[in-house]
Structures are given as C-alpha cells and as structure tokens.
Design a protein around this ligand. Sequence first.
Ligand SMILES: [Zn+2]
Length: 139
Amino acid sequence: MSHEGIRLISQEESRRAAVAEQPLPPAAITPAKVRVALTEGTGLSIDWKDGHRSHWTFPFLRDACPCATCHEEREKTGRRPGELRPAPKQLLPIYTPPARPLEALPIGRYALKFKWADGHESGIYSWDFLRRLDAGLLG
Ligand SMILES: [Zn+2]
C-alpha cells in the first residue's frame, strides 16, 4: 500500500496550526515597555505584561515586514517571516548594508511602524503580530 500523497503532519505542527488561530491573552499582546534602539542599531525589545521579553534585530524585522507586498513575496518564495532573502545571483556581489530604520512611529496604541533606510514603510507591526512572530506562530 502506498502512502504517497498523504501528508502526515506532526503533533507539533497541528498544535501550532491550532494555536496560530487562537486569540492570544491580552497580557501577552500588551507591551509594558518598548525599546527601539535606533542609535545603537541593536533592534527592538519589548517587555510584555505577562513577563515575557522579546528581542528582534532590525534586519530580522525588515525581512518579517507584515505588509501585503512583502507577505506575498514570502508566500511565493516560501520564506518565513524574518528569514533572510536569498542573495540575488550576480557576477559581482554588491555589498548591501543591513536593514535599519530611520524612524519608528507608534500607530495608535496597537502597533509600530518603521521607516526603513531603503525607503520601505508600509508594514504595520502590531503587538499581536510581534508576539506571534516571537512565538514562531507565523508562516
Ligand atoms: Zn513590506
């Protein structure tokens, strides 16, 4: 008997899929303290009300941009949010500086937006998105 065409998903995968659709508890998506280290360039740190602490580097956040265009590009290439883009194939590699934001702006009380040095700024990083990103519940 052939098992071809049957996709077995692990218990871990199905658990993650179920969790991904559940709303997160309010304390898990409410920041107690948000620190954007623009000058030092070290990234974004959030202390959540539930005591969890998250940290992301700027290049990771740029590659995890939640805007529709970036989301579609990741879907097409199978890249997970935050996973590095493959380097373009070219004869002479061109140095690309790591992504960094020029500015970080609060959006209401629910999100952050970055103005990236490469000119991109359409991604809205909601607290919910960031907490799921931290927990590996996306993509
Ligand atoms: Zn984007």
